[in-house]
Design a protein around this ligand. Structure first.
Ligand code: GLN
Length: 280
């Protein structure tokens, strides 16, 4: 079968299986099978797949149909225009988390930012995007999971930022030896009950998603630790889930009455990031 026919037929299979973004998903899996980029794929629409390629592609499609995310099938996910290695030890980076990167970069344009810590770095996508865009900053990236840090290390090597990012194993802010100018975190914030109901999340590590009964356990834990780990005038950027902004801002307001606190929506209009700036 030719590439064009394969694309059409496979798209039909995914649509029938209720898989979202079927055209994109099919394209990703076919490109992965053939080891070619997007332009090459569309320049070779008439090329026939070999029997081996056909077999490989349809078996990958079968995995996607059973719910496995394409990022785990291909071992890659794009974030902030960069390619990251991922495996089931890490959360798959989401496009909405790019807002954390944008906000940190904005802050760095307004004030001197010498040190940044990303807490719960997973595959390292946020820390590495920041390192590549802020060549002067020293960046710490922490995670409680050694297998996640292994993926982050691979990605640091791949993007040539090994000497710029200090990977630290440990819970929350404990491994951080000095106060930093920005703390950025996409902590687990999914409610436990919701997690067991949401099939799409069942392939990803619960450690990276489970925020306890109200989803806010980890966010509260981190908020209560920032006192001696954020420099005066420093900023905390927290990704949150839909409907969590009220509870998060209230608790931060109680902990830091004189801080500047704001909520920023993502591109879908969902309140996604809570920011806190400490007084100087
Ligand atoms: N945005 C993820 C989701 O809802 C959750 C990520 C997280 O818990 N930090 O699929």
């Amino acid at each position: 079968m030719a590439i064009i026919e394969t694309l059409i037929q496979a798209k039909g299979v995914l649509v029938a299986g209720d898989i979202e973004d079927a055209p994109l998903e099919v394209e990703l899996l076919l490109r992965h099978t053939l080891g070619i980029n997007r332009t090459e794929l569309y320049l070779e629409l008439d090329r026939k797949l070999s029997a081996e390629e056909e077999e490989k592609f349809w078996s990958l499609l079968e995995r996607r149909l059973s719910g496995e995310p394409s990022a785990y099938i291909t071992g890659h996910r794009e974030f902030y225009g960069l390619d990251f290695n991922v495996d089931p030890a890490v959360l798959i980076p989401r496009p909405e988390s790019e807002l954390l990167v944008e906000m940190a970069l904005n802050l760095a344009q307004q004030r001197p930012v010498a040190t940044i810590a990303e807490i719960g770095t997973g595959c390292g996508a946020i820390a590495i995007s920041l390192a590549l865009n802020l060549p002067q900053a020293k960046i710490y990236a922490t995670d409680i999971s050694s297998s996640a840090l292994k993926v982050a290390l691979d990605n640091c090597l791949k993007h040539g930022v090994m000497n710029r990012i200090c990977l630290l194993k440990g819970d929350m802010l404990t491994p951080l030896a000095e106060p930093v100018d920005i703390i950025v975190a996409n902590l687990p914030y999914v409610r436990e009950a919701e997690l067991s109901r949401t099939c799409a999340l069942s392939f990803e590590p619960s450690l990276a998603l489970n925020g306890g009964s109200d989803g806010l356990d980890k966010i509260h834990q981190l908020s209560s630790q920032i006192n001696d780990k954020l420099s005066p005038g420093g900023c905390l950027l927290l990704e949150i889930g839909q409907g969590q902004s009220g509870a998060v801002t209230t608790s931060l307001r109680n902990l830091f009455p004189s801080a500047e606190i704001a909520v920023t929506p993502d591109l879908s209009g969902i309140e996604r990031v809570v920011s806190l700036i400490l007084p100087q």
